[in-house]
Design a protein around this ligand. Structure first.
Ligand SMILES: [Zn+2]
Ligand SMILES: [Zn+2]
Length: 274
């Protein structure tokens, strides 16, 4: 599987000159399995640039699958600006949970309703399918997808993607410290070739921000080590952390578990060489 990071920031877009190296767009990762399908993890503001890229490079019609961890702004805000969704003939299937008693379709339409947005989701001319997920395993052609719920306000899904012996685990927005990792999470990430994990806080920030729903870079490293992960991507960077701070956090994580690396906007990784 090929992985490209289009947005790596957490909480809120961060257009900031001290953070351009790592990038300011919010959560969005493109996954290209061996059969070339278009799989997108989260629809944060990075999705806008992915959409422009697809329009410029992909022959029409485009068919894609969007797996949404949850519906906090930084994970869905790019969708109204995803131009391929406005093109007739394209087809996108969105997968996510019913949250706060709202099915996924109502959640996605809700962020585009007046007075929040000028255009309604019904004006998107592509065919949009919505799949409400439980904790389950399902298939997108030969890509096996497993969901698991973790600790985050309002709920969140981790996604485990498996194809041809390659394993990618996407686990962002969850509140665990390095010495308090959920055994279910360790099992979920077990033997992954690539783990993308919430590394938002330092341990000091974690204590101050209990209840906000995020982990530390040290938890990411410890999780990678306990689960025997080949490579750990530190993800969902705090909007107050500049490039210098993030590089220091990367080094601290590597001191615990060598194969840790900062997820940066534009970075491409093949799980086979992870
Ligand atoms: Zn988030
Ligand atoms: Zn969240």
């Amino acid at each position: 599987m090929k992985v490209k990071f289009w947005g790596v920031r957490g909480s809120v877009p961060t257009p900031w000159k001290e953070a351009v190296e790592v990038g300011g767009n919010t959560s969005c990762v493109q996954v290209t399995p061996d059969n070339g399908q278009l799989i997108i993890l989260d629809a944060g503001t990075g999705l806008r640039f992915l959409g422009e890229h697809l329009n410029a490079t992909e022959p029409n019609p485009i068919e894609g699958h969007l797996l949404l961890s949850h519906a906090h702004w930084d994970h869905i805000q790019g969708f109204p600006f995803f131009m391929p969704a406005y093109k007739p003939g394209n087809t996108f299937t969105l997968y996510g949970a019913t949250r706060a008693r709202k099915p996924l379709e109502a959640i996605m339409a809700g962020q585009m309703e007046a007075p929040y947005f000028p255009i309604q989701m019904t004006q998107m001319a592509a065919r949009l399918n919505f799949v409400d997920l439980e904790e389950e395993t399902f298939w997108i052609q030969d890509l096996k997808v497993t969901t698991c719920s973790f600790k985050h306000p309002g709920g969140v899904f981790g996604f485990r993607l498996e194809q041809n012996g390659q394993v990618l685990v996407f686990a962002t927005d969850m509140e665990y410290s390095a010495d308090d990792l959920d055994p279910r999470l360790i099992a979920f990430a077990q033997d992954a070739d690539l783990l993308i994990y919430d590394a938002q806080y330092t341990p000091e920030e974690f204590e101050q921000k209990r209840g906000w729903g995020h982990s530390t870079h040290l938890a990411a490293a410890r999780l990678g080590q306990l689960a025997n992960v080949k490579r750990v991507m530190l993800y969902h960077h705090d909007p107050s952390h500049n490039d210098q701070m993030l590089e220091a956090m990367e080094q601290e994580a590597q001191a615990i578990y060598g194969p840790c690396q900062l997820a940066k906007e534009g970075l491409v990784i093949d799980t086979r060489t992870a």
